[in-house]
Design a protein. Sequence first.
Length: 72
Amino acid sequence: MDDASLIGLMGRVTGTVGPGLVGEVIVRVRGGAEHFLAHPADGTARLEPGTVVMVVEHLPPRTVYVTSAYDR
């Protein structure tokens, strides 16, 4: 999977994402669902488990930067 193919995909936070934290998200990809380590795209947001997010950057192999998909 190339880097660009994750960008724009939606996922859900499974472990709190925030400044100074390495969170976790689950994203539907390649016909299944995979977990990725996650950081807030803006560097300041705190995203709690259950928050729907969008991937804005992918650092292979398993790290993504995310932002909330909806206004909070």
